[in-house]
Design a protein around this ligand. Structure first.
Ligand SMILES: NC(=O)c1ccc[n+]([C@@H]2O[C@H](COP(=O)([O-])OP(=O)(O)OC[C@H]3O[C@@H](n4cnc5c(N)ncnc54)[C@H](OP(=O)(O)O)[C@@H]3O)[C@@H](O)[C@H]2O)c1
Length: 242
């Protein structure tokens, strides 16, 4: 049997994230040509390049850098089968203390960059259909998250954008879906107090957190030709009922 992602070109932002790096390795193993972006984790990026992926350092809060990246990326590859908006940042505080700068940065990286890169890379996504766009979201975007109005708003915005782009791009055979990977122990959640971790665990009938290996396997499946006729959905990879 052919590897699941044979002949597929994949671009994932935040390939250096806890989840991203596992997905990159699995996508390479499954035969994809994998490109990823990263911000500060140059050592992780080098390790991913050693296994055959190609990394680009860029700040997704900076439109000019993204513009230059999108232009050069279009010259590097003939097609783009899968675009995954995975990079995200946080700057948590209660609304009284939240600065406009922290609001803008989180919204820029988490919400504006997916809009911008999808728009700029549309010509590549149209070259070989069906192609796919995935937004990595969070239950924060549905239920809110205490102390993280910026992050929750960005993820809620991504869910609305997923549903809208699915409607707009369906006739062009581009599938647009969102994935909520559930609560994974990762750098993004490193500052979460023990009491909150315990509460999350208690709410899980399985008494478990999400496993990024399992999420990455699901992302490989969704990226592959096995998933062909699903669009506008949010896949919740949660062990806690929503
Ligand atoms: N962890 C969880 O429990 C959880 C729960 C629900 C949803 N999610 C979502 O799942 C996705 C992956 O989560 P994760 O925990 O694996 O993420 P993570 O480990 O915190 O990594 C964040 C990623 O975003 C990149 N990044 C941050 N700021 C950037 C900027 N200004 N420009 C470009 N890239 C930037 C980082 O790059 P560098 O490392 O190179 O700096 C890194 O690759 C995210 O979209 C997150 O919101 C996570």
């Amino acid at each position: 049997m052919d590897p699941l992602l044979k002949d597929k070109t994949v671009l994932i932002t935040g390939g250096t994230s806890q989840l991203g790096r596992i997905f990159v390795a699995k996508a390479v193993q499954n035969g994809a040509r994998v490109f990823f972006t990263y911000f500060r984790s140059a050592t992780v990026a080098q390790a991913l390049e050693k296994i055959g992926a190609k990394g680009y350092a860029l700040d997704l809060a900076d439109v000019q850098t993204m513009e230059a990246f999108a232009a050069s990326f279009q010259k590097k590859t003939e097609q783009l089968d899968v675009l995954i908006h995975n990079a995200a940042t946080t700057a948590d505080s209660l609304i009284e203390q939240m600065s406009e700068k922290d609001w803008d940065r989180v919204i820029s990286v988490n919400l504006k960059a997916p809009f911008y890169l999808t728009r700029q890379l549309l010509p590549l996504l149209l070259r070989k259909q069906p192609s796919k766009v995935f937004m990595m979201v969070s239950r924060a975007g549905l239920s809110g998250l205490y102390g993280a109005a910026n992050y929750a708003a960005s993820k809620g915005g991504l869910i609305a954008m997923t549903k809208t782009l699915a409607k707009e791009l369906g006739r062009k055979k581009i599938l647009v879906n969102a994935i909520n990977p559930g609560f994974m122990k990762a750098s993004m959640t490193a500052g979460v107090p023990e009491s909150v971790l315990q509460k999350n665990l208690n709410e899980s009938p399985l008494k478990s957190f999400s496993d990024p290996e399992e999420v990455a396997d699901f992302m490989v499946y969704l990226s592959s030709g096995l998933m062909r006729q699903v669009t506008g959905q949010v896949f919740h990879f949660e062990s806690r009922p929503l």
